[in-house]
Ligand binder design. Structure first.
Ligand code: UD1
Ligand code: MG
Length: 469
């Protein structure tokens, strides 16, 4: 799309959210509002032609989206959407080497469900209509709170003005068509009007929306185009509105996965982030959360109440109820839980079992190894075919530093053993239950690290008899 640049208004504080976090960094579908808008914009023009207007907590907003490669325009004081575009005009005046785009598409950082197809369509309509300003609109069930777009006639594309909610006259209150906050402008026509905006309104702000009527007065063409779906242009000004969009986006994600052969029982109860991928024939039970860039293979079953964040699961994995995975990698056919806690850098091998109340961290566990009950395995390299008995733990921390435990293949670690790192158990080693292991154990050796049992025959009856006497 040559001749087009995109400006994204993202400088506002978001007073209605009552939150310390800048509005555009609030998340829906697990991703910041602004990142959704940038992702859609970047499908239409290259990131170097996208100008993000930042202001409130500009550094924080900028660093949150810097990796996308967009440009930034600073609006140090936030005096309204018209003022935001005045900064873009000032930016181009100050950077004369930058080519002024013929058409400027304006997006709102708080209208996150906008699709690239719709952005492209506004541009097409704009060119076809030879308009100075093209406004994306919608007719939602309840238009309260939005600016209203007034057309010349109901069936005409031409617009006479955009009127903000607080400026609606009584007879305009019923106007059903809302301004989405998304527009396409002839850059020169827009820039020519920005200087004449005033703050003579309810919010004492420069309204970008006032440009519509100003262009009309000059005989310029201002047209409206309705979005295909209302949801796509809904704004996120309050937490409630944001959660409505969040639910809509997550339902879209669930539908996308189901269309790819994933069974999601009660999708309305699951929290699935937009980036998540799941293979065909996997079943996701109710009340599961799949977050971040989680990837799940095919033919898995994720049972209820599991929360899987930033993790990669192979095929045929069974995650029983209530597991928590964060930054874990799980091989094909592994079985987890119920109630297993896999912390970052847990690498669980093919067909391994990590059972109830087991915690793992920075550990690799080989093929077919099992730790089925009540263990802590941290900072360890564990081979294949190992059995870790109930209650066994790696003592990886000496109060100052972390140390490594190495366990070879086919090792048997008896229940309630403590492996005091750094320590190494050779292939085939056998650790007697209840041992405290402080020294390396060579391969195929038995290690007992416990005091001998003492049994005193008849001791109890003797004591009983003494007490009676
Ligand atoms: C705006 C429109 C309204 C429209 C609605 C759609 C105006 C005056 N009104 O209202 O007609 O129906 O969007 O969602 O434009 N921003 C800045 N700098 C500022 C102020 C705002 O960058 O000084 C940014 C905000 O971060 C936000 C966007 O502009 O991303 C819209 O601002 P907001 O205050 O949410 O405007 P609305 O009241 O929603
Ligand atoms: Mg808004």
């Amino acid at each position: 799309m040559s001749g087009f640049a995109i400006a994204i208004m993202a400088a506002g504080r978001g007073t209605r959210l009552k939150s310390k976090r800048p509005k555009v960094l609030h998340e829906i579908g697990g991703r910041a509002l602004l990142l959704h808008v940038i992702a859609a914009a970047a499908k239409v023009v290259p990131p170097g032609r996208i100008f993000c207007i930042v202001g409130h907590e500009a550094d924080r907003v900028q660093s949150a989206v810097a990796s996308t490669g967009v440009r930034f325009v600073l609006q140090a004081e936030q005096r309204g959407t018209g003022h935001a575009l005045q900064q873009v005009k000032a930016y181009f005046a100050a950077h004369r080497q930058e080519v002024l785009p013929q058409h400027l598409l304006v997006l709102s950082g708080d209208v996150p469900l906008i699709r690239p197809e719709t952005i492209a369509e506004i541009c097409e309509v704009h060119l076809r209509e030879r308009a100075a300003m093209t406004i994306l609109t919608a007719v939602p069930p309840d238009p309260t709170g939005y600016g209203r777009v007034l057309r010349v006639r109901d069936d005409a594309p031409e617009v006479t003005a955009i009127v903000e909610q607080k400026s609606l006259r009584p007879e305009q209150m019923g106007a059903p068509e809302i301004n989405s906050g998304i527009y396409c402008f002839e850059t020169e026509a827009l820039f020519a009007k920005l200087g004449s905006l005033s703050t003579d309104n309810a919010h004492r702000e420069f309204y970008l929306t006032d440009v519509a009527a100003m262009l009309v007065v000059d005989g310029e063409r201002v047209v409206a185009v309705k979005a295909a779906s209302v949801d796509e242009v809904l704004g996120a000004n309050t937490i409630a509105e944001m959660m409505h969009l969040d639910a809509a986006m997550r339902m879209e994600t669930a539908k996308r996965l189901m269309a790819q052969g994933v069974t999601i029982l009660r999708p309305d109860t699951c929290v699935i982030d937009a980036e998540v991928t799941v293979g065909a024939d996997t079943t996701i039970e109710p009340y599961v959360q799949l977050l971040g860039a989680t990837r799940i293979g095919s033919e898995c079953r994720i049972r209820s109440y599991s929360v899987i964040q930033g993790s990669v699961l192979g095929d045929g994995v069974l995650v029983r109820n209530g597991c928590i995975l964060d930054g874990a990698e799980v091989g094909n056919g592994a079985i987890l839980g119920p109630y297993a806690h896999l912390r970052p850098e847990s690498r669980i091998g093919e067909a391994a079992h990590i059972g109830n109340f087991c915690e793992t961290k920075k550990v690799s566990i080989g093929k077919g190894s099992k730790a089925n009950h009540l263990t802590y395995l941290g900072d360890a390299v564990i081979g294949a075919g190992v059995n870790i008995g109930a209650g066994a733990i790696t003592c990886n921390y000496d109060g100052v530093r972390k140390h490594l435990t190495t366990i070879g293949d086919r090792v048997f670690v008896g229940s309630d053993s403590t492996l005091v790192a750094p320590v190494s158990l050779g292939d085939g080693a056998y650790i007697a239950a209840g041992s405290c292991i402080t020294e390396d154990v060579p391969e195929d050796s038995l290690a007992l690290g416990r005091s001998r049992q003492v049994t005193k025959a008849g001791w109890v009856s003797e004591r009983r008899n003494k007490q009676k006497a």
